[in-house]
Design a protein around this ligand. Structure first.
Ligand SMILES: Cc1ncc(COP(=O)(O)O)c(C=O)c1O
Length: 382
């Protein structure tokens, strides 16, 4: 019944990408990638020490306005370390959102803690400050040594909002609530490199923030991530923990705690630096692409998700809303039959067997979003 509408969307996407099979993302290498990677191979510094790692860290600190940036092997490891450094301990709870990639919850689990889910906002798709505030007020108890979930009796040790699909959430309100309850915020900005909220880069509002450079992100190092913080002490600890907690010495191998081998290799950093040199160009192209989608989909009468008020988004992953689950699934079937690899939202974290027993607080918006949302191809088109 809706086939004509679906056909028009698919033809439009194929017209944009001019390909038989259109994936959701595809990295593009049009700058100094080969030059820098070859340079690294020739230098023999392919592993965890090298100039490109330092250059990437400087670029990331300058670009985001964070005082410090510590490069890691991926975004998940960055989040793991950021959570440890913000004080997340075994058997505690970390508040996050059910609409996220599983890495957010897995990093919480690596600390021995449990994710606790609050709702998202319809206009940002990120954590709802209102839901967070109500959860803390209604379901938590403030004790001398911190805030406890009344039902589970576990301490809340961090809040992890995520900037969904690159769109900034209402991070200033979340920080304000978190400060009132004295709970640290770790921003999962894995998807939002190049996205700003009220002029400030995402990932720089919380005590710590992280960004991912996975192959599906706006720029890539193959695999990679970065921890952002403006706290010198935390930055030093982050570097120490990600480099096996080795105490610097000319020849001695002395490790003063159990650390992690999470440092980004120089080989990956060389690829990344070349990608970062094109970051602003890629953001512009993705924003232009989103506007093309919007214009076309408005004309067709299909709802296209646009950046929230006060935000400048990188439009990492574009999203449309269809009428209901039935139409969503019909469209997904049709798009895949026709080589356009659209995708529904992630299965919500609180529905996964591994996280279904975690505490969820009044989730309403997120279920409606999950039913109707479809991600459409968003790779940079040159
Ligand atoms: C929201 C979110 N958090 C964390 C990650 C983890 O990043 P990585 O894949 O680099 O480990 C990703 C993406 O991959 C993500 O989308």
């Amino acid at each position: 019944m809706y086939k004509d509408k679906y056909r028009k969307i698919i033809d439009f996407i194929k017209g944009l990408y001019k390909k038989d099979i259109v994936p959701l993302h595809e990295p593009i290498f049009v700058g100094n990638e080969e030059k820098y990677v070859l340079d690294t191979i020739k230098s023999s510094y392919v592993s965890s020490i090298g100039e490109y790692v330092n250059k990437v860290e400087k670029f990331m600190a300058d670009f985001t306005g964070s005082k410090y940036a510590i490069a890691t092997v991926n975004g998940t490891s960055a989040l793991h370390i950021a959570l440890l450094l913000s004080g997340v301990k075994p058997n505690t709870e970390v508040i996050t959102q059910p609409l996220t990639f599983v890495a957010t919850c897995n990093a919480i689990s690596y600390c021995g803690a449990y994710p606790t889910f609050v709702d998202v906002d319809n206009d940002t798709l990120g954590m709802s400050p209102k839901s967070l505030e109500s959860f803390l007020a209604e379901s938590c108890l403030v004790k001398d040594d911190g805030v406890y979930n009344k039902l589970t009796n576990r301490k809340i040790t961090a809040i992890v909002p995520m900037h969904t699909f690159g769109h900034p959430c209402k991070i200033d309100k979340i920080i304000e609530i978190a400060n009132r309850y004295n709970i640290p915020v770790v921003e999962d900005a894995a998807e939002s490199l190049g996205s700003f909220y009220k002029g400030k880069h995402t990932g720089t509002f919380g005590k710590l923030g992280i960004i991912s450079f996975n192959g599906n992100k706006i720029v890539t190092s193959g695999g990679g991530g970065v921890i952002l913080t403006s706290d010198e002490e935390l930055a030093k600890k982050a570097k120490h923990l990600t480099t096996t907690a080795k105490v610097q010495h000319k020849w001695e191998y002395y490790h003063d705690e159990i650390g992690y081998n999470y440092r980004m290799p120089n080989l990956n950093a060389s690829l990344l630096l070349a990608q970062l040199e094109n970051l602003e160009k890629f953001v512009k192209i993705k924003r232009d692409l989103a506007m093309k989608y919007k214009e076309f989909l408005d004309w067709l009468g299909v709802e296209f998700f646009t950046e929230p008020e006060y935000a400048t988004s990188n439009y990492w992953l574009n999203a449309i809303f269809l009428r209901d689950r039935e139409e969503r699934d019909e469209f997904l079937e049709f798009s895949h039959e026709n080589g356009v690899l659209c995708r529904p939202a992630w299965v919500l974290m609180n529905k996964l067997p591994i996280y279904k027993d975690c505490f969820s607080y009044n989730l309403e918006n997120v279920y409606k979003i999950e039913e109707r949302l479809v991600n459409i191809p968003s790779g940079v088109v040159l």
